[in-house]
Design a protein around this ligand. Structure first.
Ligand SMILES: *[C@@H]1O[C@H](CO)[C@@H](O)[C@H](O)[C@H]1NC(C)=O
Ligand SMILES: *[C@@H]1O[C@H](CO)[C@@H](O)[C@H](O)[C@H]1NC(C)=O
Ligand SMILES: *[C@@H]1O[C@H](CO)[C@@H](O)[C@H](O)[C@H]1NC(C)=O
Ligand SMILES: *[C@@H]1O[C@H](CO)[C@@H](O)[C@H](O)[C@H]1NC(C)=O
Ligand SMILES: *[C@@H]1O[C@H](CO)[C@@H](O)[C@H](O)[C@H]1NC(C)=O
Ligand SMILES: *[C@@H]1O[C@H](CO)[C@@H](O)[C@H](O)[C@H]1NC(C)=O
Length: 822
């Protein structure tokens, strides 16, 4: 049985090349890639902040210990701690994915003495990072940076650099013009056999004496390697069972050369810092800090606006509120760092304009001219929103202004795909309320309502003359320390009582209730109550405009348990926000066990069958711990508790053995023991709501894409339910010409393949990033799933861009895992 299985595995693995292991991605004792990366980022960023402070004649006190929060504060930007941490996570996520995507490509891990090809991986990666920073494509730059760091770090674990007595980095790895010579050639034996813990001195004496560079061979399937060569070692490395047996890796303390693990990890930290210094030298200090998310990079003001004839009043209000925000926040830490504008009407939409210059943004908004709109009252609002989601940084707040229904309603799932994968929040300011004495929500707005609900945003329906009273939501939301303390939607409506824990780190509490004429009572922690009919009461002030109620408490200290009771015959939502540096973010991931535990972020909905796993990341400092996690149904009360596993560095894996049936948000509960206050327990909600699906879409982008050429992205759609004709919608944000099948016929519980072919115009600038969504909808249009890809068009012989997730690949790896009984 075992033999038969192995034959199958070998057949599958023949598709790819033999390859490698690495520093671990998840470990409880040894230093992981994540810790190595984080240390290097903290050290280098501290150097940059120090230099900047000195330049400005300010004092810089090096934080001790060097943590994300203390460093953000020392860099005069405490509010950006959360962004800084998210950036480190984003870089680490890409770092971790190299073990999954390139598990079998030796040059990504410096296995098999692939030193020159490994260096090429690094130098082409560094070039791409620099080019992307120049284009201000910070998201892509971070992804490539994470991938590049992985390979660089593996050198110190997999080669004999440390055994040769070196403790500092091998600078030639990031300098293509410096030679890498003295590599043990293919015919030179490098190791003698050793067993188990007695492998400390298995590298041949002449190799050490002549300072020859070598690295371990690795294969999951083959016992063979060139004569006399060292192996990587470990249970999964078959080559280490052939003479000379044993291995030389320093991946963890338990590895064959585990006694040098710490030295290898420290050299990897220095080398990663050196790489970051090199990028800093090319990018300049300001862009380096933006890359790291420290200069408020995520504090984006993103406006998507209908420019059809009927919008004159609304645009005047957008001019007023953006000028107000820009002028009142100038020079403060709340000042937006980036401004994004996307116009739409009918039939036009876009382009997306992004600037860091506030005055330029004012000019852009002032220059909006009204045009188009067609004869019907429907505009290309979803197309405009989709462009904004594709082009804005992750986790942005987006505001859409329109008075019309969407003409492109078929894009709803495509927009949801980007809302879920970017975690951006979308608020709609709709000036098509039926009348001032409304009884019903405008039914034309249902799609906007659904999209806002999925993003944790609001749908505000007002009349043209009351819009100015509603735009305070933009000001409230454009704060980098904004956190969600509670979010729920009741559609269909249901009378309900909600309790909200507000911890002592929270200031500027706002309670939003959206819905037509809801009746509600809010009770403060001190027991005072106020009903919806009292504009000014014991608890605070309630401002009502259109369907949008905002309660701002009188007491500046909102700490304690708040209670909200809502009765309504119309659908409503309750959202409670505040400002705090304690927060969390999450990604849906797949965990794989081979070669050792690793994870990949899913750019799609999780499957309904099997576990749903999230990678949670907490901000607020080392004293903040999570104690509970739950998946909470958005529209109902179903709550599923997950199990939490702490990974260190403020990261946790949360596992749910099943997901709620409908859409759900994530609620975390934790403790912060740094404050002496009695209210040390905190609770946060995700604003993004997700959903599990019976459909899966996986796509693999592999290869190079140059201006003027076509690029093929094969994809697979799979269903666990009954088959039929699944409709396919593909969208790219550069509006490049594409071909793809409009539907795929799939058997019950089956799968089918398709290919998207994109054409980049020949005048495409190098390093243009392209966001693409592939959505597959089931025959009954009741379920869909998607894949989101970010591709790059690179002039010349650019590096391959392969940025999507391959579930297929994970399946091979988990299959292997089962067979090898790990
Ligand atoms: C699902 O999660 C549970 C609890 O964490 C775990 O015991 C189980 O092995 C997981 N199942 C799969 C298929 O990964
Ligand atoms: C606070 O939490 C940290 C980390 O869990 C722990 O080491 C410390 O002892 C705690 N302090 C108090 C006062 O509970
Ligand atoms: C998945 O299929 C099951 C069984 O048919 C069904 O109960 C469930 O509603 C489906 N889930 C989705 C998201 O459509
Ligand atoms: C990616 O493309 C290269 C070159 O076409 C090919 O050799 C390799 O097998 C592909 N990898 C995957 C995972 O498809
Ligand atoms: C798309 O294809 C059409 C017809 O071949 C061509 O006229 C147009 O310029 C192309 N558009 C882009 C953006 O490449
Ligand atoms: C779909 O593509 C995968 C991977 O390229 C292949 O293994 C599979 O056989 C294909 N399936 C069908 C139904 O063509």
């Amino acid at each position: 049985m075992m033999i038969a299985n192995l034959v199958i595995v070998a057949a599958v693995l023949l598709l790819v090349q033999p390859g490698a292991l690495a520093f671990q991605v998840i470990s409880r004792t040894s230093l992981t890639h994540q810790q190595i990366t984080k240390s290097a980022i903290l050290q280098t960023t501290a150097e940059v902040c120090k230099a900047r402070a000195e330049q400005q004649g300010q004092n810089f006190v090096m934080p001790d210990p060097l943590t994300v929060e203390l460093l953000a504060a020392a860099c005069s930007s405490p509010e950006s701690a959360r962004n800084f941490r998210s950036v480190i996570n984003d870089v680490n996520t890409r770092n971790a994915q190299v073990d999954v995507r390139h598990v079998l490509d030796e040059e990504y891990h410096f296995d098999d003495e692939s030193f020159l090809r490994g260096r090429d991986v690094i130098t082409s990666g560094v070039d791409t990072v620099k080019a992307n920073i120049q284009q201000q494509n910070f998201e892509t730059a971070r992804e490539r940076l994470g991938e590049t760091m992985h390979t660089l770090q593996d050198f110190y674990s997999h080669s004999n650099w440390i055994e040769l007595g070196n403790r500092s980095p091998f600078t030639n790895l990031i300098r293509p013009n410096l030679p890498i010579d003295n590599i043990a050639d293919r015919n030179t034996p490098t190791c003698r056999s050793c067993v188990g813990d007695n492998c400390d001195n298995n590298i041949l004496d002449n190799i050490i004496a002549e300072k020859k560079l070598t690295s371990g061979y690795f294969s999951l399937t083959s016992f063979s390697k060139p004569d006399g060569k060292c192996s990587h070692g470990g249970k999964l490395d078959f080559t280490s069972r052939t003479e000379p047996t044993g291995g030389i890796n320093k991946d963890g303390f338990g590895s064959e050369h585990g006694s040098l693990h710490l030295q290898a990890a420290n050299a990897a930290i220095s080398a990663t810092s050196e790489l970051l210094e090199d990028i800093r030298a090319s990018a300049g200090d300001n862009d380096f800090l933006r890359l790291m998310g420290i200069s408020q990079i995520f504090n984006v003001l993103c406006i998507v606006i209908d420019t059809s004839e009927s919008m004159a009043d609304d645009i005047a209000e957008v001019r007023r509120i953006t000028s107000f925000i820009i002028d009142s926040k100038k020079g403060t830490t709340d000042e937006p760092s980036d401004y994004i504008l996307v116009p739409f009407n009918d039939p036009d939409f876009g382009p997306l304009t992004r600037t860091t210059d506030a005055e330029e943004f004012k000019r852009l908004i002032n220059a909006i001219s009204l045009a188009g709109g067609g004869t019907d009252n429907a505009e290309m609002s979803l197309s405009g929103l989709w462009l904004a989601l594709a082009g804005a940084p992750l986790r942005s707040g987006i505001f859409v202004f329109t008075d019309a229904e969407p003409k492109d309603a078929e894009l709803k799932s495509t927009v949801l795909a980007l809302i879920e994968s970017t975690k951006s929040t979308v608020n709609f300011l709709l000036t098509n309320a039926r009348s001032k004495r409304r009884r019903l929500s405008n039914p034309l707005n249902q799609i906007y309502q659904d999209l806002a609900d999925a993003s944790g945003g609001q749908t505000i329906e007002v009349t043209k003359d009351t819009l100015p009273q509603a735009t305070s939501i933009i000001e409230d939301s454009s704060n980098p320390a904004l956190v969600t303390l509670f979010f729920a939607v009741r559609s269909p409506p249901k009378a309900e009582h909600f309790s909200i824990i507000v911890d002592s780190s929270v200031t500027k509490l706002n309670i939003y209730i959206t819905g037509i004429s809801p009746t509600f009572t809010i009770t403060s922690p001190s027991g005072l109550s106020q009903s919806s009919t009292e504009a000014n009461g014991a608890v605070g002030t309630i401002q009502t405009v259109g369907n949008f109620q905002t309660m701002r408490p009188n007491n500046q200290n909102p700490t304690g348990l708040w209670q909200i009771t809502v009765g309504s015959t119309q659908p409503y939502s309750v959202k409670v926000t505040g400002q705090s540096l304690t927060d969390f973010s999450f990604d849906v991931v797949e965990v794989v066990q081979v070669p050792h535990p690793a994870y990949m972020v899913l750019a799609s909905r999780p499957r309904t069958s099997g576990n749903v796993t999230l990678l949670l990341s907490v901000t607020g400092g080392d004293s903040v711990k999570l104690t509970e996690v739950a998946a909470v149904e958005t529209m109902g009360t179903e709550t599923i508790d997950g199990s939490l596993e702490e990974l260190g560095n403020g990261e946790y894996l949360a596992t749910f053995t099943t997901a709620p049936r409908g859409s759900f948000g994530i609620r975390v509960t934790g403790q912060d023991n740094s404050t002496r206050s009695s209210q040390t327990s905190f609770q946060r909600y995700s604003s993004t709501q997700i959903r599990a699906s019976n459909v899966s879409v996986t796509a693999v982008a592999n290869g190079t894409w140059t201006p003027g050429s076509t690029f093929n992205v094969p994809f697979t759609v799979e269903t666990s339910q009954s088959g039929g004709s699944f409709s396919i919608t593909v969208r790219n944000n550069r509006l490049y010409n594409m071909t793809f099948p409009s539907s795929l016929v799939i058997g019950n519980g089956g799968r089918a393949n398709g290919t998207v072919t994109l054409t980049a115009p020949s005048d495409t600038p190098s390093c243009t990033d392209v966001t693409m969504t592939i959505v597959a909808t089931d025959p009954g249009a009741s379920d869909f799933n998607y894949a989101v890809l970010r591709l790059s068009v690179v002039a010349g012989v650019g590096p391959a861009m392969s940025l999507s997730l391959s579930l297929w690949f994970i399946m091979i790896v988990s299959f292997l895992n089962q067979i090898l009984h790990l």
